[in-house]
Design a protein around this ligand. Structure first.
Ligand code: N0T
Length: 538
């Protein structure tokens, strides 16, 4: 009968992080998805603020809004839950056709308890703060109390139940970040009697195994095993275990991918002292501690607020690992951060999420820009316009094929893409489209206007042995023969400009040739090319 042939809409698979040969993909509706995110300001997590969020997300051309949900707002009175904001958020996200990443602001938000409910904030007996080394009380809650953890966990689990109930078939919410920038400033760890007693206990076997440590009998307390790192490792382990328990309980209800973000340790100064940065957070030096303590946290992710290219690239290197996918959980919204999407994609990044994208009239200079409105959004939007049509194509290539990507260094110096034995490529910046000023020292016009601040980058994905997808902005790329082709002549066989349609098929627009390629391939504007490289026998 007719009725029998009618099928119910298939349930979309739950978002998942998959890993294969050291490469990752975030699967959304069953296929790789690139998060082009925008994170709202901290206090935009109320229905009244949302009307000032969506226009910014639209202007940004983001496919994902990253939004906090605060413990204080969902459980203002202990045991009484209110998820009306989550309801509004999810339903408006659907109307605006974007996905959501939800940030759980609980025990730790920028290491402090500001987003815990009043009944937690004001009760230091039940929910103790940690003790500084000098015996004074820290502002930050201690991770060593089950009372605190279980109270946070109950609210978090309620949130996950609620998300499952209203979104378990549509999958608008694709990822969860339990807590925000955990750790503590001003001290390396909790120095309470309870903490000191735990420090004297044997280091957990899971951590010893992960770090390949085999201490002699009687030498297995934290200080004996880890020496000067002991305090920080202990605090990292304690926080990671605490959050893991919460994440595990949430996953038992509704297993969305889960990650934690890091307020960074300076990647260029390994001697910086824990506490001068957020000690116990997932800084690069304790990523393995997190992996051992928190199997329910899928990955850790950097928050980029140090604009220097050297420091940014160093941080990206630390977080892009065979056992940890790169995801830029936050960056400042100064224009200069936008270009780092290229080096994120070049490291097989699964997403990019700059911070402070709404029109609520708040500019977080100096971490971000002084500008408001469209002026703030535009530099990022220009690059999202380039990558948004690739939100499915790029991450599939990144997962299954090979990708490269570089961002313009602060000093504008040229970069080389190591594309294997057959091909290579050089990327240059701050040039006119015929390659000046380098080849024409007489060039009267100096550098192109606006190029003193680095903004460029190029990302390349391999389509087949000789064919590459090339996306770039404010840069030039010259391909050449690699070592295996050294005896042969090199030629750009064909350069197509085009775009991908909604089904992921390449739509040819025109061939670039003549002046548009003879002097080099230019990305004076954001552009997308399909390039075929060739050699000939000499
Ligand atoms: C970030 C954001 C928000 C080199 C700052 C950055 C967000 C949080 N914290 O606007 O508060 O919720 O995750 C901390 C940056 C430390 C300063 C680094 C200076």
């Amino acid at each position: 009968t007719l009725a029998a042939t009618k099928k119910a809409a298939p349930v979309k698979p739950i978002p998942a992080l998959v890993q294969k040969d050291g490469k990752f993909a975030l699967m959304v509706d069953g296929a790789p998805f690139l998060i082009l995110g925008g994170q709202a300001n901290n206090s935009s997590n109320y229905p009244a603020a949302l009307k000032n969020v969506w226009p910014a997300i639209k202007d940004l051309n983001a496919n994902t809004l990253v939004m906090p949900v605060a413990w204080e707002q969902v459980e203002p009175v202990e045991g009484q839950f209110d998820f009306s904001f989550v309801d509004a958020l999810i339903s408006e996200a659907r109307q605006n056709k974007v996905r959501l990443v939800i940030l759980w602001f609980g025990t730790w938000k920028n290491t402090g308890p500001s987003y815990t409910p009043s009944w937690v904030k004001g009760d230091n007996k039940r929910f103790p703060r940690l003790t500084n080394k000098d015996g004074s009380l820290s502002y930050s809650l201690s991770p060593l109390y089950e009372t605190t953890r279980d109270a946070d966990k109950r609210a978090y689990v309620r949130m996950m139940e609620h998300i499952k109930a209203i979104d378990g078939s549509q999958r608008t919410v694709i990822m969860i970040q339990p807590q925000n920038e955990v750790g503590v400033y001003g001290t390396a760890r909790d120095y309470s009697a309870k903490a000191n007693a735990l420090m004297a206990q044997p280091v957990p076997q899971a951590l010893l195994t992960r770090l390949n440590k085999q201490p002699a009998a009687g030498q297995n307390d934290w200080n004996s095993v880890f020496g000067k790192d002991a305090d920080e490792f202990f605090h990292a382990w304690s926080i990671a275990s605490y959050v893991d328990t919460i994440a595990a309980a949430g996953k038992a209800v509704y297993p969305l991918p889960t990650y934690m973000n890091a307020a960074l340790k300076d990647p260029l100064n390994p001697d910086s002292v824990p506490g001068s940065y957020a000690s116990g957070g997932p800084t690069y030096n304790v990523i393995e501690v997190y992996q051992a303590a928190a199997p329910n946290i899928d990955f850790v992710a950097p928050d980029l607020y140090s604009p220097g290219s050297q420091s940014t690239e160093a941080t990206l290197n630390f977080y892009a690992r065979k056992d940890n996918p790169l995801y830029v959980a936050e960056s400042g919204n100064k224009p200069t951060y936008a270009r780092f999407i290229f080096s994120t994609l070049g490291r097989q990044g699964i997403g990019f999420d700059p911070f402070g994208f709404d029109y609520t009239g708040y500019a977080n200079y100096p971490l971000g820009t002084t500008k408001l409105g469209e002026e703030m959004v535009k530099p990022f939007g220009a690059l999202y316009d380039l990558f948004r049509p690739l939100e499915r194509v790029w991450p599939k290539l990144s997962f299954e094929s090979q990708v490269w990507g570089v961002s313009e260094p602060d000093d504008h110096s040229a970069q080389t893409l190591d594309m294997g034995p057959n091909w290579n490529a050089k990327v240059t910046y701050r040039q006119w489209q015929f390659g000046m000023p380098e080849w024409d020292p007489e060039n009267k016009n100096g550098y192109p206007e606006g190029s003193e601040v680095a903004s460029g980058g190029v990302a390349v994905a391999k389509l087949s042995d000789n064919e590459f997808l090339v996306a770039g902005y404010h840069a030039r790329i010259s391909f050449g023969a690699g070592a295996a082709n050294a005896a042969k002549g090199f030629i750009l066989d064909r350069v197509e400009e085009g775009h991908y349609d909604a089904k992921g098929n390449w739509v040819f627009e025109r061939v670039w040739n003549g002046d548009q390629t003879d002097y080099g391939l230019n990305f004076a504007q954001a552009r997308l090319f399909k390039v075929r490289l060739a050699t000939f026998e000499k």
